[in-house]
Design a protein around this ligand. Sequence first.
Ligand SMILES: [Zn+2]
Ligand SMILES: [Zn+2]
Length: 134
Amino acid sequence: MVLAGGCHCGAIRYEVEGDPLTHALCHCSDCRRHAGAPMVAWTMYPEASLKVTQGVPKVYQSSQHGRRHFCGNCGTGLFYYNEEMLPGIVDIQSATYDAPGAVPARAHIQVAERIQWMESAHELPQYQRFPPQE
Ligand SMILES: [Zn+2]
Ligand SMILES: [Zn+2]
């Protein structure tokens, strides 16, 4: 399986080949703050599976060994590397796939740092678009 993806503005494009090692929804505070979102979905692959086919991501050192690659133009978060914890591995933000539903998520991780209300977020009222105006 080959999946293609990219950032919001289209400056960065990539392809990833093969089956992911896992796909996890991360609730850690580093992911939350870097993304500006309550959680981030990551698919994990051997480093060699990923080819950036267009553009050059910017690299942000988000922790001692953590490196977050993102589009310097539009800000979309794309890849995560950690040579210390995950040598030879790349994590890809699966929401940046052209077909983000292609690989189902398998687990929630780092829930020790989860925002409290996220635990029951699936129970909130749901609307196809927006709530009706009253
Ligand atoms: Zn971009
Ligand atoms: Zn995280």
